[in-house]
Design a protein around this ligand. Structure first.
Ligand SMILES: [Zn+2]
Length: 266
């Protein structure tokens, strides 16, 4: 059982006693699609649903904890608890009913401080989760295995804030540097011609997940193994993010942009 010292403790039972232990390796951010205080969110977990999160953050940055971080919570589907005993810690955040509004400055401040605590207390590494079981930080829609049938959560505005403000803020406040993947675990550049043949390969899925994690998604349904125009448009966003333009940002992968993307071996 671990309780974040800056949170108000509002333990949900019987889940807090009955659910199995986890070794927390990930922190996943959500929007709850309701403008709720942490107490109202507690009442929702207590009375209306079993899909609870560990934490709830109000618009004013106030935070409550409902489940100890070494106990399973049920908001993240296959990331709740894995066969090796590892699992995700989840954070619900107040939002408008459609989960389209950005986090407030006070919410961002709380999310960063909570992220630093997860890094220091539980050793969550300072990186964006590269695949569904990869230890690190993420948001609900980042990986398909984290939702049952897909989700937009936490909304486009907050996905952008995660990449631009929240995750960099956690890294900076923790006094660290974001961890790149070790070179031996990276997919080598398959060659420009390989992409022109419109491959059907797990490498394309892994590439797409990295593009999503970099905030360069043009996917409507998330990445898959078959190379499509969505891959090309997403990759073009990545090339522009690196500062390329013109023919160097046409969406066809080249060695420099590929190596910078750090696609994990699949
Ligand atoms: Zn969610």
């Amino acid at each position: 059982m671990a309780w974040y010292p800056d949170a108000q403790r509002m333990e949900v039972q019987p889940e807090g006693d009955d659910q199995p232990a986890i070794r927390p390796t990930q922190l996943i951010f959500h929007s709850i699609a309701a403008p709720w205080t942490p107490r109202r969110t507690y009442e929702f977990w207590r009375d209306d649903t079993n899909l609870e999160s560990h934490f709830g953050v109000g618009y004013d940055g106030s935070v409550a904890q409902y489940i100890g971080t070494e106990t399973r919570a049920d908001a993240n589907y296959l990331a709740n608890r894995r066969a090796d005993g590892s699992g995700a810690v989840s954070v619900e955040t107040a939002s408008d009913d459609e989960a389209t509004d950005p986090w407030t400055d006070a919410q961002i401040d709380t999310l960063i401080r909570l992220g630093v605590w997860m890094h220091q207390h539980h050793g969550v590494p300072l990186r964006v989760c590269r695949w569904a079981s990869d230890p690190g930080f993420g948001y609900h829609r980042l990986h398909d295995d984290w939702s049952d049938g897909g989700t937009d959560c936490p909304g486009d505005a907050r996905v952008d804030q995660f990449h631009d403000v929240v995750f960099p803020g956690i890294v900076q406040a923790a006094g660290g540097t974001a961890e790149p993947a070790p070179a031996a675990q990276l997919e080598r550049f398959p060659g420009a011609d390989w992409f022109q043949d419109e491959p059907d390969s797990p490498i394309i899925t892994a590439m797409g997940r990295r593009l999503e994690a970099e905030g360069c998604s043009a996917y409507s349904d998330g990445p898959g193994p078959q190379w499509t125009d969505s891959d090309r448009r997403s990759y073009a966003k990545w090339q522009r993010k690196l500062g390329f333009s013109g023919a160097d940002a046409d969406g066809w992968p080249g060695r420099v942009s590929w190596d910078a993307l750090k696609v994990p071996r699949s």
